[in-house]
Design a protein around this ligand. Sequence first.
Ligand SMILES: Cc1cc2nc3c(=O)[nH]c(=O)nc-3n(C[C@H](O)[C@H](O)[C@H](O)COP(=O)(O)O)c2cc1C
Length: 163
Amino acid sequence: MKALIVYYSMSGNVKQTAQQIAGATGADLLALYPVKAYPDKGAKKFLWGGKSALMGDKPKLQPYIFNAEKYDTIILGFPVWASSYAPPIRTFIEDNREALADKQLAAVVCFMGSGDGRALKKLKKSLGVDSLKAELVLNEPKSQPKEAVAAKVEEFCAALKAE
Ligand SMILES: Cc1cc2nc3c(=O)[nH]c(=O)nc-3n(C[C@H](O)[C@H](O)[C@H](O)COP(=O)(O)O)c2cc1C
């Protein structure tokens, strides 16, 4: 398996998890950054990002290099925003639909309380698939005991590698 983790992270939970998976599997990392960064403080943080997710926005992304042919597995990592996946992931999916079509797909989801199931459902719909090779759902992993998070990451990595 050669995997790429494509992720968006506002406050580091998804980023930390992506790095742990990369460490365990040798996967490469590709971080997505919107050209216009979402506010990450104060009332605007939830308002702008939440509205953007609800509206189904496709924010323009800073240039990135995605060498699809190098990978058989693409892991999409994102925080839940308004019970959906964070909008930069939508831009990535739409811009790379053809390249993603023949890949094994997996997801890494960080959330705070609810909407994880709906976000995953929406992700699968956007990808046009019924299921993913593996799913990792973590509640604010930066604030959780390291051992508990590590066990879930390990389980995810095993599912990724399974035939
Ligand atoms: C705009 C916005 C909307 C959010 N909406 C939800 C939500 O619907 N459900 C939820 O459980 N958490 C929600 N969260 C919390 C994040 O999903 C959670 O804090 C996640 O761990 C953040 O990942 P990150 O640190 O990689 O950005 C929201 C956060 C933001 C900024």
